[in-house]
Design a protein around this ligand. Sequence first.
Ligand code: AMP
Ligand code: GLY
Length: 437
Amino acid sequence: MSLTVLVVGSGGREHALAVALSRDPGVASVHVAPGNPGTWAVSSQYGVSTGSPLWTRISSVDPLDGEQVASLARELGAGLVVIGPEAPLVAGVADRVRAAGIPCFGPSAEAARLEGSKQFAKEVMAAAAVPTARSRYCETAEQAESALDEFGPPYVVKDDHLAAGKGVVVTTDRAEALAHAIACRQVVIEEYLDGPEVSLFVICDGVRGIPLLPAQDFKRVGDADTGPNTGGMGAYCPLPWVPEGFVTHVMDTVVDPVLAEMNSRGTPFQGLLYAGLALTSQGVRVVEFNARFGDPETEAVLPLLQSGLGQVLYAAATGSLTDIPELTWDDASSVVVIWAADGYPGTVAKGGRIAIPALDDNATVIHCGTALDDQGGLVSHGGRVLAVVAQGSDLTAARDNVYQAVDRIDFPTGFHRHDIAQRAAAGLIPTPPIQGQ
Ligand code: AMP
Ligand code: GLY
């Protein structure tokens, strides 16, 4: 097989997907559109040591325009299109690409509602008897007040629309919770779930799913999980503390029932089902679903995959995952640390200068929000700017490697967390039950 792949998107997830796809001997070329300076670079000039010479620079495509994406795929002779972010999926770009007869990895607009509407996800979970937090859908201040009082603190208030990971407020301050509910208008208010969170990515062909290694994301902006929620400040994989049988349990109680429910609705889920899970004292509960690879977990998970990613995504896009042998993984650990721009997750200034030296082979810099200035210099162009990724024989080694690389990057107007994977590496996360106590 000699596959040409078009990856749609311009963030860290798409850059990481492109790096992983270029390692697949069955993939002849990878194009990322619109891409970013990381995916455009074929040298190590911007810190991309694994950039494939097969990549090309394409920047003139609107990822939200299905016709544009389909015609670019046709022009490139792409045998597979991979849609990275949620916005094009919710806008139906995968439907357009499939309608043009091109295999596409990414759910239809209908199936992407699992991410696009928190309330829709709750309905599907209720119909499929999938364990999740009890919740109320609220459209008025009165409804919100009554839901807040029903569940009590800590309060969890979720915007019912896409909000780039920033629509959720978790707080013990009732006034703050109510203000968020009023500002968002349509919200889901739910009970608070205690226990560590796990992100499980499952590659789905509409009928069955193949899970990747579980990962953990760090959502809060500050060390020791302080400050507001972000899109994710770091991640690691695998998780030494998850109970035995965890992945099988989640496939049986969460993923398979959801795939069956989506099928019975006539809207099969083909693409990446991302289950955000809380391992509570009552057992595993779904925190949320996403319809695409998570960022930055993808940057940590994919480097450990030995199997060819292109083959697996192609099989999912063509409904033939049964043909895929069991995935194989490196017996190593992987840690990713995000360099964010000052002010994130609030308003950030663009244009902060960044210098990335040549790094050792065991560290990679993935570009999330960068741009080139008029002189061709690398500058920041978003909240999350770079994802620094490294592997090691265990989490301690991977942390040492990644923080050495993080410290060598010069980004005066940026910051990062210092404690990604620290508690897990020190063995401080107790193994929770999966069935409840
Ligand atoms: P979501 O966008 O639904 O993933 O929420 C973002 C983050 O908010 C999650 O990763 C959790 O850290 C937190 N969160 C969401 N729902 C709950 C909940 N019911 N209980 C506790 N924390 C939550
Ligand atoms: N890592 C969180 C997300 O991708 O939504």
